[in-house]
Structures are given as structure tokens and as C-alpha cells.
Design a protein around this ligand. Structure first.
Ligand code: 5GP
Length: 110
């Protein structure tokens, strides 16, 4: 039997993580190795390997991910100081986990 990737296990609550938001389409949780004071991951519940797998049929999921990226940035109060949004695609793009995710990083005061 194929083993679920780590994000699928977080979404299914088979392993513990700091989940900040979840609905039928996405799950948002804290990155285990934060690179910024605030570093969260916005992940589709349904397995989509990476950005290359987005098409006309599933683009609504990416849209939902982006809308909630902005909402969670506001909720975490990093929207005024500013934040960075990153999607790594495939190994050459720095993607380690083969399950589409948006990195939301911020909380730096300048
Ligand atoms: P990627 O390099 O694939 O774009 O990003 C994967 C991210 O997932 C990394 O920032 C890494 O710290 C995070 N990560 C890896 N394993 C876990 C885990 O078990 N739990 C959580 N919360 N984050 C993880």
C-alpha cells in the first residue's frame, strides 16, 4: 500500500501539527522549521503534486488557497508590516514535499 505523504497525514490528523484553519478544501498549519517569525503553509486537502498540476478544472482550489493566504495574513496581523508568498515547484525549485503548498512568511519588523 502507498504511504501518504507527510502533509496528507497532517491534514487527516494522523500526525500532530499546529493547525490554524481547516475547511473542506484546504488546511493551514505552522511550518515545523519556520524561516520567518510567522511561517505557515496553505495546503489543499486533495493531493495535488505541485503547481504544474493546476489546470482549468482545479484552478478554483488554487484561488481558494490564495484567498485564505490573505485572510490568514490579516488574522495573524502580518499584513501591515508585510509578508512573502512562495510556491516551490519540483526539486529544482526547492520543493521537498510533493503536495502543493503555499508558504506564507512574515512578521519581520523594519
Ligand atoms: P518545500 O521545500 O516543499 O516548499 O516546503 C516544505 C516545508 O514543509 C518546509 O518549509 C518544511 O519545514 C515543512 N515541513 C516538513 N515536514 C514538516 C512536518 O512534519 N510538519 C510541518 N508542520 N512542516 C513540515
Amino acid at each position: 500500500m502507498k504511504k501518504n505523504n507527510i502533509f496528507a497525514r497532517i491534514i487527516n490528523k494522523q500526525i500532530k501539527s499546529d493547525i490554524l484553519y481547516q475547511d473542506d478544501i484546504i488546511t493551514i498549519f505552522k511550518d515545523i522549521f519556520p524561516k520567518y517569525p510567522v511561517h505557515v503553509l496553505i495546503v489543499p486537502n486533495k493531493k495535488i503534486k505541485n503547481l504544474n498540476a493546476i489546470n482549468n478544472t482545479n484552478q478554483n482550489i488554487l484561488n481558494h488557497m490564495l484567498i485564505h493566504t490573505i485572510k490568514i495574513a490579516k488574522k495573524l496581523k502580518i499584513h501591515k508590516t508585510g509578508y512573502k508568498v512562495l510556491i516551490n515547484c519540483n526539486k529544482g525549485g526547492g520543493q521537498e514535499i510533493p503536495h502543493l503548498h503555499i508558504h506564507l512568511m512574515g512578521g519581520v519588523k523594519k
